[in-house]
Design a protein around this ligand. Structure first.
Ligand SMILES: [Zn+2]
Length: 287
């Protein structure tokens, strides 16, 4: 069922991570926002209850670090970036508010907990380029570190900012020309032994999930914001105000449901605190 119940091998034995691969879950901060962003119909008024309470949701910001015997250090997503309440500015920093902050949640500090330095990261995989995932790309400006991102995401992010059609969720400061953008194409990429990237459009056109097949703890599925919170996946409740392409989301949902069933994969959702805290974060390493 999950890492803790000890599935030795997932069923996905074709692309297993090599002996010695380690993986850390990084807790890169906490946010709080209105639940209506994450659950369709959340807080809707009715005739009999015209002013329902506005439920608020505590969220986590997550990155993943993988120490891979043949590829080196691979980082999945980069969090909000340094000083993001100031950098994002109003009203974004009030809508998606930083809460319960401590300096040890900075990306560099989280990586340090694994015994590594962010400067030793050899590749970055971006599930999507929204502001709370791409903020840490600032650490890779002026370097040759490949930033793997789906072709459709890279195009859509630049277009959204340039045309202002979806400015706000993407920020110009994350979309610079001095990082080593390395797009990939199609539905599926075996990035390295044990690491599979799958295109899962819906929340954004180029969103990709990451599947990691580890020897001890089995298959892990990191969904980034295809699912913000567990209800999106388990109860098939689409997102609220953060939804974009509903039909694509449903198609991706079907694919991920099947993948989870086949691999008995452990799910980690984009911002679900309840799910994230079931697992151990850095310095604990999964193998
Ligand atoms: Zn997000």
């Amino acid at each position: 069922m999950s890492a803790s119940t000890g599935t030795k091998f997932g069923l996905d034995n074709v692309n297993q991570a090599p002996e010695g691969t380690k993986m850390w879950l990084l807790h890169c901060g906490n946010l709080e926002a209105d639940d209506g962003f994450f659950l369709r119909g959340g807080g809707t008024s009715t005739l009999s209850n015209p002013n329902p309470p506005h439920a608020r949701r505590k969220l986590v910001v997550i990155s993943v670090l993988i120490e891979h015997p043949t590829e080196g250090l691979i980082l999945f997503e980069t969090g909000t970036g340094k000083d993001y309440p100031e950098v994002w500015g109003a009203p974004l920093n009030d809508i998606f508010a930083q809460v319960d902050y401590s300096p040890e949640q900075e990306l560099t500090a989280q990586i340090a907990k694994t015994g590594h330095d962010i400067k030793d990261v050899k590749a970055v995989i971006m599930g999507h380029l929204h502001l709370d995932h791409a903020g840490g790309l600032e650490h890779f400006r002026g370097t040759e570190v490949p930033i793997y991102v789906h072709e459709a995401e890279l195009k859509h992010a630049f277009y959204s900012v340039a045309s202002k059609s979806d400015l706000g969720v993407y920020l110009p400061k994350d979309l610079t020309f001095d990082v080593n953008w390395t797009p990939f194409h199609g539905d599926f990429l075996e990035l390295a032994p044990g690491i599979n990237i799958r295109h899962a459009p819906g929340h954004t056109p180029g969103l990709c999930i990451m599947q990691v097949n580890l020897r001890e703890s089995g298959t892990w599925i990191f969904t980034t914001d295809q699912y913000h919170v567990e209800e999106n996946f388990y109860a098939s409740v689409p997102q609220g105000w953060l939804a974009r392409d509903h039909d694509d989301w449903v198609r991706s949902h079907q694919m991920i449901k099947g993948l989870q069933k086949r691999t008995n994969g452990t799910m980690v959702f984009g911002h679900c605190a309840k799910t994230f805290f079931k697992y151990q974060s850095a310095p604990h390493a999964y193998s």
